[in-house]
Structure formats: structure tokens, C-alpha cells
Design a protein around this ligand. Sequence first.
Ligand SMILES: Nc1nc2c(ncn2[C@@H]2O[C@H](COP(=O)(O)OP(=O)(O)O)[C@@H](O)[C@H]2O)c(=O)[nH]1
Ligand SMILES: [Mg+2]
Length: 379
Amino acid sequence: MNSKTKKPEWAPEDDNAGFACRVMDGVEAGHDGISSYQSVAKTKKAKIFHRPIFTTEQYAQGVLSGSRAMLGRAITLVESNAAQHIDQAQEVLQLLLPHTGKSIRVGITGVPGVGKSSFIESFGCYLLEQGHRVAVLAIDPSSSISGGSILGDKTRMERLSRDERCFIRPSPAGKTLGGVARKTRETMLVCEAAGFDVVLIETVGVGQSETAVRSMVDFFLLLMLSGAGDELQGIKKGIMELADALVITKADGSNKMQAQTARNEYERAMHYLQPSTEGWVSHAFTCSSMTGEGIAEIWKVISKFKELTTASGIFAQHRRDQNVKWVHEMVDAHLHESFVRHAGVRKIIGSVEREVADGVLPAVAAVHRLLEAFENKTS
Ligand SMILES: Nc1nc2c(ncn2[C@@H]2O[C@H](COP(=O)(O)OP(=O)(O)O)[C@@H](O)[C@H]2O)c(=O)[nH]1
Ligand SMILES: [Mg+2]
């Protein structure tokens, strides 16, 4: 057979020289084009040897035994979007679930530049000295676009990232905050099963990511700068109300006095806010990640919080509520996804939107029409 003239079936009959597509015959050999069929089989075997596929039990056992390599692999499995991985990841999580939940989960938020990463470095190192094992995760839905801001952060967490007792994981890539949040939440569970007793989650993205983090942590820490107006920091009353503690950062050198003044002002302002956690009064503090001043006090506050809310039952109740709410959120997200992908909906949505925009179709009637198309599974 002359492979040079072989054309695909769909090529026009009399295409002449203007038709540029030619199909080459496949070579019955390995990728190098020389090796025989047998050696192809060998290559495949070798591949399996280099990238072993683990059973669900092996993943779970590996994580529980504290193997860092297996922890990394299990998290990669959890983060994967491939259908066969999603099922196995859920089975692994199911096995790990009885071993999760024993950590304190702390969310850390604040505008870019406030000192979140530096705080985590200093706070994390302090916790390691106290005998804790620390996992650091980040929520950053923009990381797939910006190329991962955690790369810059790793340099701020130099000591922490070199310590064996600490595990740092950047945000998984994802198009939606919901997707990133799901993976971060599941990664948190895997870390807990691996024996990390403090999980710190940094919000890197701005906007909605604060609420996403709040919904997966026990204690929510809001970092603030002194000397910058609230507007400049993009801080809304709503976010202050989410905080279990507010910390003025960079309270060192010539900034120390100013930080104290800011702390007092926020302390007064917080008096009028709704408490974030029932039975807990949020306060304002100062700290310096550079000198380490105030770092130990923040851990004391978090420990006190855990003690009080555990005694009152609020701690456990929060986690139960968070889990149930998470299920509802995922159902919402799935329904929305299948709605926008539904062929019948896609067929009419453009014209329905136009009619609504032109003022000829009432909004409620438009919704009915779309839902009718959605519920009609045959269309
Ligand atoms: N003086 C001083 N500078 C700090 C402190 N913490 C952070 N910084 C500086 O503030 C800048 C932003 O810090 P970074 O941790 O990256 O903030 P993030 O964007 O919130 O993660 C960096 O240049 C840090 O060196 C601190 O406690 N004292
Ligand atoms: Mg940072």
C-alpha cells in the first residue's frame, strides 16, 4: 500500500493537489518505531512499574501510616477530575472518614499584602515548636489563571515548607470557586487522617473565597493593616462579622503604636457587631510576624475558643451544620450545571433571554418556560 496517497474516507473524490490531508499507515511497533510488538508490551509493563496504581486500601493505609508520599498521592487522587479517580477518591475518603475531624481548622483572611503568608510562617513555626503538626492549604480560585500565587508565598514560608512536620499544599486548579472549595475541603480531611492536628487555610483569592473558607473552618481569623482605611482594605462589615478574632499585623518598629491604636478602634467597633460564633466574643489583637510578638497569644485565644465551644457543644454542632450545608451546596451546583448543559434549555435560552431583555416576556414566565424545557428530559 502506498501510504503517501492514502486519503481519509471523508476526503472529496477528486480533490487533486489542493487537498492537503494524507493519512500515514500506523507502524506495528513501539514508540521508537523499531521495537517489535513484544517490546511494546514490555514498555507498558515498565510504565506501570514507574507509576504504580494503588488500591483504595493502599491509599487509606498509606495516609493513616503517615507516609508523606502516600499523602501526596491521595491528595492528587482527590483533586483529579477524571471519572475513574472521582469514584476511587470517594472510597478512600469513606475509609479515612472515621480518622478525620481531630484537628482545629483555622481560616486566615485579609487583603493581599496584609501579611497572611508571613503570619502562617511565624504562627506555623510556633505551633511546630509546641509539638503540633501543621497542614497549610490555600483557597485561590484565580490560581489557574495567574499561575499560582502560592509560588510567591512559598518563599514567605521558607522555614515552614522545609519542616517535615508541616505539609503545605497550594490551591488545586479549578474554574469555579465551588470546585476549588470541594477539593480543599477533601484535602483537609485527608490531612487530618494523616495526623495533622492544626489545619490553616489561607484565602488567596479575594471576594467570595472568604465565605467559602468560613464554611469549612472552626475558627476564622481576619488580618488587618493599621493606617489603611476600611475602604482601602475592602473590608465590609459582613466580613468582620465572620471573624472570631481580628489581628492587626506588622505591629513592629515605628508601626507598633499605630497598630495598638487601630486595635483599640476595632475593639470598640466590634462591640456593635453580631458575634460570629454563638457564645464567643470576638476581640482584636496585634501581632508581628517579624518579631514574633503576639503570635503565642493568638494560639491561646484559639485554644480557649476550642475549649469553650467544645464544652457548650457549639463546636460539634457547627461541623455538623457545615457538612449538611456542604451537601446542599453541591446539589445546587450539580443541578445548575445540568441545567445549563441541558440540550432543550440551550436551544431556547438565547431567545428567552432576548424576549425578557426586550420587555416582551415577563421574568416569571421565562423561568417557567426554561424549567419546562429542563424537565422535559426527551428534548
Ligand atoms: N514589618 C513587617 N512586615 C511584614 C510583617 N508581615 C508581613 N510583612 C511584609 O508584608 C508584605 C506582605 O506579606 P505577605 O505575607 O506576602 O502578605 P499576604 O499577601 O497577605 O500573604 C511582605 O513584604 C512582608 O515582608 C510583619 O509582621 N512586620
Ligand atoms: Mg500570601
